[in-house]
Each structure stands twice: as C-alpha cells, then as structure tokens.
Write a protein that binds this ligand. Structure first.
Ligand SMILES: N[C@@H](CC(=O)c1ccccc1NC=O)C(=O)O
Length: 301
C-alpha cells in the first residue's frame, strides 16, 4: 500500500462540542503528516453577520479546492472550517430561527467560545500547536481577532478556564472583508437599521459594551504575545463593509507593535477584488489572500 493512499482525507460534520447541531467542523488533510517539516494548518471561520443560516463552514470549500492547485499546498498540513452557534434570525425568509433551537440563539461570547472549542478539538487531535493561520471572513474576521484578544472585551465576561488555558493562539491571523470597529460600522450605516440590529442581536442592545468587544480595542501586546503576523485583506468593491473598517484596524494593530516594514510582528494589507461575498463564492480572492499569508508565515516558523 502506498503511503499516500487514502489522501487527501476529508471529514465533514465532526462534532467538537455538544452545545448544538451547529457545533461541528470539517477538515481536510492533503497528505500523510511529514515530521520535521514546517507546515501550517489553515483554519477558517465563516461570516454571515453572526446570524445568517445560509452561510456556513462549506463556504470555505471553493477556496480550499483552489489552494490544492497552488504551489503553497506544500506548506499546508491541513485545512479546517468551523460552524458555530448563530444569533436569532426569526425574520429570515427561508429558514427562520426558533426560540427553542440552541443552534440559533447564541449571544456573545457564545460564538467565540464555540470557535475556541473547535480550535481546541483540532489542536488536541492534530497537535499543531501555534502552527496555524486563523482566517475569518466578515464577522468571522471579528471572531478570529477576538480569539487573539482572549477575554479582554470589558470586565463583564467570565473566563472559561479550560479553553483559555489550553488553546494555543495562532502564529498568524488573516481578516477578510472584516468587521473590526462595531460602533464605527453601525455609525457609518446609521441609515440602514439592519447593521445596528445584527450587532445588537449578537452583542446585546447596550451599545456602551460594543467598543470593548471590537477587535480594534484589542490589547494584542499582552493578549497575543506570540503573534507574528496580522493580515488584513479587503476589497474596495465591497458593497457591505467599507474600507474605513480596515483603516481602523490597521491603525489599532500599528499602535500594538505590528509593522509593515520590519520587526518580528508583521502587518500586511492585501487588496482584493470583487464584492463582499464574491471573495469566498468564487474562492479566488480568498485563496489569494491565504496564499499571501502562507508566503510570509513559512519564513517565520
Ligand atoms: N448575509 C447576511 C448579511 C451579512 O452577512 C452582512 C451584511 C452586512 C454587513 C456584514 C455582513 N456579514 C458579516 O459577517 C444576510 O443576508 O442577512
């Protein structure tokens, strides 16, 4: 039997916790693990404004398929994409949420706890420790930076010890078409009530808590000490999330010691093409952003 038989290995609907039917992940391992080689896992967190039932872990499939054909695949040990509990969406036309469904009634910090539980499950199974890139699209980009914020979103949130202590943070984070400064997002779209609604739906009606939960408020010098690379990828054609979000996050990361030109904490901007959801629907732009991230990370390991 050849060593590569049975690869690539695909698994779907892997349950990582018992909270709800959405606490599942999918993963793919391109080839048998090769010891001693410097490879990274790529872990994806989907978007959908914390509530859209029609965007899930499978929204990564297209980009993953493209990355298989890229020469960057030799630096990638595995791919994973995470489902997590969503906030209520009772007015959704095709798939309204029901108040008794634990999968569709999440409130911050449930979403982040689920992402942490999923990462922990993967780390315990595959032992890749910090050698992974955490990628998020839209609200998924908020979530991946909130993972690096640990639990410093204001004083009101309890730490869940088991997750906090055991999840090893990623070597790099890639935010794609991300929501980073929630008050600024809501303010920018003050004439579109949907924005205020989905933020309140996910984080509560008390807007005074929104600044400290925002990734722009992260104290990454303390909470993400071993982070080596932050990448912000965004399209100027994004019709849902304005470039100003990137400007806010770029400024925040710079003030936390991330630098584009030098140093051991690197910052990178990748300008993408296309509309908000096109980047993952076509997969090309999301794959390109991941390639650009792997390209830098492979020299940092
Ligand atoms: N797909 C969602 C909308 C959505 O995801 C969204 C809308 C505006 C700004 C950001 C969004 N998603 C971020 O995760 C919906 O159809 O309700």
């Amino acid at each position: 039997m050849s060593a590569t038989e049975g690869f690539p290995q695909y698994r779907k609907d892997v349950q990582y916790s018992r909270e709800s039917s959405l606490n599942t992940l999918e993963y793919c391992i391109p080839r048998p693990t090769t010891r001693g080689t410097k490879q990274v896992w790529v872990i994806y967190v989907h978007g959908g404004a914390w509530l859209d039932p029609e965007i899930d872990a499978s929204s990564f499939d297209k980009a993953q398929e493209l990355l298989f054909k890229s020469h960057m695949i030799e630096h990638i040990a595995g791919f994973a994409s995470i489902n997590y509990r969503l906030s209520p969406y009772p007015s959704h036309a095709r798939d309204p949420s029901h108040p008794s469904d634990p999968a569709r009634n999440a409130r911050h910090p449930d979403h982040i706890n689920d992402v942490l539980a999923a990462i922990l499950h993967l780390q315990e199974t595959f032992r890749f420790e910090e050698r992974y890139i955490l990628v998020g699209h839209s609200c998924g980009a908020s979530l991946v930076f909130q993972v690096a914020m640990k639990r410093y979103w204001g004083s009101q949130y309890e730490s869940t010890l088991a997750l906090e202590l055991n999840v090893v943070p990623p070597v790099a984070i890639l935010g794609v078409e991300g929501l980073y400064d929630l008050p600024a997002l809501v303010e920018f779209h003050s004439k579109e009530p949907f924005y205020r609604e989905f933020v309140a739906n996910a984080f509560g009606r008390d807007a005074s808590t929104w600044p400290s939960v925002s990734p722009t408020a992260g104290d990454y010098e303390n909470s993400w000490q071993d982070g080596k690379l932050a990448v912000l990828a965004h399209s100027r054609e994004d019709e849902l999330v304005e470039w100003a979000q990137v400007d806010h996050m770029h400024k925040a990361l710079k003030s936390q010691g991330f630098d584009e030109a030098s140093g051991d904490r690197r910052l990178k901007l990748v300008e993408l093409c296309g509309k908000h959801d096109e980047v993952w629907q076509d997969g090309l732009e999301l794959a390109r952003a991941i390639e650009a991230t792997v390209q830098v990370v492979k020299n940092l390991l």
